[in-house]
Design a protein around this ligand. Structure first.
Ligand SMILES: Nc1ncnc2c1ncn2[C@@H]1O[C@H](COP(=O)(O)OP(=O)(O)OP(=O)(O)O)[C@@H](O)[C@H]1O
Ligand SMILES: [Mg+2]
Length: 300
């Protein structure tokens, strides 16, 4: 892509106080054009609030929002080149699936024939053609979620904002839809910010992941870096599991010290020869996890 170094979205010094508390605290984020970035963090850390400020549903107290090179900090959502899928999908209950998806195009006065074509195309993408005449109350939660996604995609936005768009899908469909989103996002070069609490999802579909903590970004890097070179103990704990030791690490050994050493479970190996550096342990619990077993050890 020739656009690789262009900026798709930029947040500078973003702050927001809500209910008397600082919810977003001087947050900076730069997303390249065509890039897919995940916002990952615990409940209440400010992910939705950040998306709402990018989309224009909330105006920051301080800082700027720049989309596709244009400062949009104080302009309304309908005038921004972005489309958002809400955490609670917010479909119109009295409208059919088709009409829900067509709605944003109708508002923009797109002609009827084009609306017809675009809505059909996008309903095909999310696999919902057979439900085009159903109303939201007649379809499942996962299907409603896909309608919400279609309603955003049909706008062919420069910037797509997704707030946990897959949370109501079962495991298999979730993987399929997330791959469809990723494929479409890449093909159309849509700059995308997706909020998720599923670390597996973030690791598998993002170009980069922003890990948030209390209204700030703790680390912003590639999935590989976030997993293998976490900047802080918080990040290491948030993504993947971690065995934590107090001590220092050198030459393959952990010795007493004032640092903290984190070891991923898959990096622990079984050593029957009791070599130098090995720790004696007894198995306390074995949990079958499908294609692997999780083994809990109690070190002596
Ligand atoms: N209008 C509001 N008034 C007061 N507090 C608010 C308001 N909106 C959000 N908050 C608070 O801001 C914090 C961040 O909310 P936000 O919805 O951004 O969290 P989140 O990271 O999206 O969490 P979750 O993963 O649960 O969706 C929460 O503590 C929330 O209660
Ligand atoms: Mg949220």
């Amino acid at each position: 892509m020739s656009q690789q170094n262009e900026i798709g979205l930029e947040l500078k010094g973003l702050s927001k106080v809500l209910g008397g508390r600082v919810i977003i605290d001087n947050l900076d984020l730069q997303v390249k054009k065509g890039e897919m970035v995940s916002l990952l963090g615990p409940s209440g850390c400010g992910k939705t609030t950040t998306l709402r400020m990018i989309a224009g549903f909330l105006i920051p107290d301080n800082g700027t929002v720049t989309l596709a090179g244009k400062d949009v900090t104080t302009i309304g959502p309908e005038k921004r080149p972005s489309a958002m899928v809400f955490q609670n999908y917010a479909l119109w209950p009295h409208m059919t699936v088709f009409k829900n998806v067509a709605y944003p195009l109708k508002v923009r006065k797109v002609n009827k024939a084009e609306i017809e074509k675009r809505v059909h195309d996008v309903l095909g993408v999310v696999n919902l053609m057979h439900h085009k005449d159903s109303r939201p109350a007649q379809i499942s939660g996962g299907e409603q979620q896909r309608v919400a996604l279609a309603r955003a995609l049909v706008q062919e936005p420069d910037i797509l904002l997704l707030d946990e768009p897959l949370s109501n899908l079962d495991a298999k469909l979730r993987v399929k839809v997330r791959e469809d989103i990723r494929d479409l996002q890449r093909r159309l070069g849509i700059t995308t910010v997706i909020v998720t609490h599923d670390q597996d999802e973030a690791l598998s579909i993002s170009d980069r992941i922003a890990v948030m903590k209390e209204g700030k970004i703790e680390q912003f890097s590639t999935p590989e870096d976030i997993y293998n070179k976490p900047a802080t103990e918080y990040v290491a704990n948030f993504i993947g599991s971690l065995n934590r030791y107090e001590g220092s690490y050198s030459n393959g050994q952990i010795s007493t010290g004032s640092d903290v050493v984190g070891v991923r479970p898959e990096d622990v190996t079984f050593d029957s020869k009791n070599s130098a550096g090995a720790v004696e342990a007894t198995v306390s619990l074995v949990v079958p996890r499908g294609h692997f077993h999780e083994v809990y050890l109690k070190a002596q």
